[in-house]
Write a protein that binds this ligand. Structure first.
Ligand code: KG4
Ligand code: ZN
Length: 348
């Protein structure tokens, strides 16, 4: 059998990443982050696309070298087409198109959100790591999206719940910003929360029917709470940063877990194995240690069959683009030179 090597390229936001996959086994996954946004409280699109331009050649070169293959062994090139920042997506898209033309290999367009989910199908060399069974649920939580997705097959996905305002990652990042922490604040809150008391402060949770989420009210109540406390004590944040982080993190996790539990109840009838569907998490916020622990607890206490991606496949990475590209390659689902990036999520 001919070996299928695929180069994956991810450039949707502020990480330039390239990966090489042999079938569904990752050979290399190289990512260059961008520190330039740290002091701006969020990603600055113009700076992001410039940094992608600088990083893309060395990142791809390194990924191919680390995979220990030659360019002309590649069977196809897969790239993130969207959703994301257009100026960022254009860098990866243009590179992929040129590469495909230069090497005369097929081009494969990949949806970033589908790829986060498909990262669960990356296998170890001996194919012994468990993967979810169709149909399963995935809670996709990133800086731009918060969705509960029902996955019937690799590319047959239905969004059954989503945020009506901010994403979970934004809730972390905006709370961090209110506390004066640099961007992206999610990982910093996670770190501070480890030494804090999650029950110290309580914040009101939104009442949203069904499987949809809302996080903008939580951010506002956090802002007003801190504004009032700072009037009494200007050092309130500094003195309480661990408890504040632990409490806001716990509230976000409770909101996510409650909707996930509801989604599992609602989809019980779809499970032929007579229990809950398998449940996975994906996206940058799935790196959060509190969320990972909450899922482990649910595995123990409620018997959920959970799938948590390794940290390197939680946040943005090209390995997930490469594996999604591999499954499209198997179907012969190729893109074309006229594929243009899209900024907003497709309704899957
Ligand atoms: O998937 P991702 O890398 O990029 C997008 O597609 O948006 O997600 C980035 C988001 C950011 O909001 C970041 O703060 C959040 O994921 N994040 C975390 C953690 N690591 C990344 N949030 C909470 N705890 C973490 N450990
Ligand atoms: Zn992402």
């Amino acid at each position: 059998m001919k070996q299928t090597y695929i180069l994956g390229i991810e450039s949707s936001c502020d990480d330039t990443s390239a990966a090489v996959i042999l079938h569904d086994v990752i050979l290399s996954n190289v990512t260059a982050g961008q520190d330039v946004h740290k002091n701006f409280g969020g990603v600055v699109p113009e700076l992001a696309s410039r940094a992608h331009q600088q990083n893309i050649i060395p990142v791809i070169d390194t990924a191919i070298q680390k995979a220990n293959i030659r360019k002309n062994q590649l069977s196809a090139v897969a790239f993130t087409r969207g959703p994301g920042l257009l100026g960022s997506l254009l860098v990866g898209t243009s590179f992929a198109k040129a590469f495909s033309l230069g090497l005369n290999i097929p081009l494969i367009e990949v949806d970033h959100l589908q790829a986060h989910i498909l990262s669960h199908f990356i296998r170890n060399e001996s194919h012994t790591n468990p993967v979810p069974e169709f149909p399963f649920l995935c809670l996709t939580v990133s800086g731009g999206h918060t969705q509960i997705v029902l996955i019937r097959d690799y590319f047959d996905m239905e969004v059954i719940g989503q945020t009506i305002d901010d994403a979970a990652g934004e809730a972390f990042d905006k709370s961090a910003k209110i506390m004066g922490l640099p961007y992206p604040g999610g990982p910093l809150i996670d770190k501070l929360a480890r030494d804090g008391n999650p029950g110290r402060f309580t914040f009101s949770k939104p009442v949203i029917p069904g499987l949809d989420f809302s996080f903008s009210g939580l951010k506002t109540s956090f802002l007003y709470f801190l504004r009032d406390e700072l009037k009494k004590d200007p050092d309130f944040i500094e003195k309480n940063k661990h408890d504040l982080s632990a409490s806001i993190q716990a509230t976000i996790i409770e909101i996510l877990m409650a909707k996930l539990a509801l989604a599992l109840e609602k989809t019980r009838n779809l499970n032929t194995r007579n229990g809950y569907l398998d449940v996975a998490i994906a996206g940058g916020v799935s790196a959060n240690s509190g969320l990972r622990q909450a899922l482990e607890n649910a595995r123990e206490a409620r018997g959920w069959n959970i799938f948590i991606p390794p940290i390197q496949y939680s946040t943005d990475n090209a390995a997930m683009i490469a594996v999604a590209g591999y499954f499209k390659f198997l179907k012969g689902a190729f893109g074309s030179q006229s594929d243009v990036p899209y900024a907003r999520a497709k309704r899957t």
